[in-house]
Design a protein around this ligand. Sequence first.
Ligand code: ADP
Ligand code: MG
Ligand code: ZN
Length: 478
Amino acid sequence: MSAYEAVIGLEVHVHLATASKLFCSCPNSFGDEPNTNVCEVCSGMPGVLPVLNRKAVEYATRMALAIHAQINQRSQFARKNYFYPDMPKDYQISQFELPLCEHGWLDITVNGQKRRIGITRIHMEDDAGKNIHPQGENFSYVDLNRAGTPLIEIVSEPDLRSAEEAVAYLKKLHAMVVSLGISNGNMEEGCFRCDANVSIRPRGETKLGTRTELKNLNSFRNVQRAIEFEIARQSDLLDDGEKVIQETRLYDANRNLTAPMRSKEDAQDYRYFPDPDLLPVVITDEELAEWAATQPELPEARMARYMGELQLPEQDAEQLCSDPHLAELFEKTCALGAQPKKAANIMLGMLLREINQTGVSSADLKITPEAIAELVTIIGNGTISAKIAADIFPELMKGDVMPTALVKERGLVQVSDTGAIDAAVQKVIDAHPAEVEAYKGGKTKLVSFFVGQVMREMRGKANPAMVNEALARLLGQN
Ligand code: ADP
Ligand code: MG
Ligand code: ZN
């Protein structure tokens, strides 16, 4: 065990999926022609006034409710002043002294150990635009489509103690925002971004060590690797009697290291002050009650339901509930009558494999619940083997085919005809006298060799149970 304990606090920015931006009516959409979703307000023209998007307040509050936070029904927008070319106002509209909510928490489980992670605050703010640096050119573009889109920032207490815990916490937050329907959570598009603050201290020490802030962590894997790298780097420094410098560091995924970016700014550098153009944000008791009463089911509750009502093992339930899109597909499949454990097996086996191999987002799946339910049925009644199911599965991912039709069209229906199977088994026995001899001499492991040969002979379509039975019977006779 290392002599040091790692201390990690995360700042997570979640892009809210409202129809329009936070303070103007421009569309809040991704991937459009640059600078087409821009008006006087979000391009920072002088003399214009922002008007708050109520839906963004609702979404932010739903997240506050989900983490059991203390909600400030009167909060305040503040200007965070700094210059950057992608932010023509020269200040970000954020919240400082009176954020939307404080003192929340969520529980994570890592290596069977449950821990409660404190959430300091959630505040609302607007996003900046985007600077684009074309390869090999000596100029940059500015795209303001993203300028003024709504974000919430979720700031954790420095309660996390390892890269694994940080990732578990992030995954949980991610599943929550997607389940709540307040964000699409797309990490590549920057809709779910995270900065990690990392320090170390000798075990047993209670004072916090000097931290660095890591940026550019655009996947769960990069969060894990960057934090691991940073803990090792800081440990080496202290081992050598050197000091950690408080700074912001950029993670380089290609080289898997962090490098200094700038010295860490303090709050006073931003000269925060209440935005005089915006009234305090007031959430009425009625609004709060209504939003609380209409909260969608959260991953934890869903997981408990899967384990109770649907009798799924904990691990299956957890895996399905960690991704709300998967969970919804699963529920629709079960609603069609599919046996839950069998449907879960297909989704966590074949479906996840396809997702991992093709990189398709679970939000964009085309495979239908009808197709999965039918697959469960035809595997169950012996029409096809699990092997054939796996073979046709990539085809089903396209969405417009049903398994029964596909299996018929391809002639893949499982052969359960004793005559045909016996004939194939006999043929294999006749062709491999040496192996038969060895088998009879006690090398019973050879049975899988024979099964393989018979399957090859019958192009994978033989009913495996019947092949085993026929092999036992015919090898016994010879
Ligand atoms: P900022 O980064 O904007 O200055 P804060 O000081 O509030 O804001 O800290 C931001 C994050 O850094 C929080 O998630 C907090 O838990 C974490 N943090 C603060 N001090 C440490 C530390 N010594 N080690 C690790 N994380 C820390
Ligand atoms: Mg910070
Ligand atoms: Zn606008």
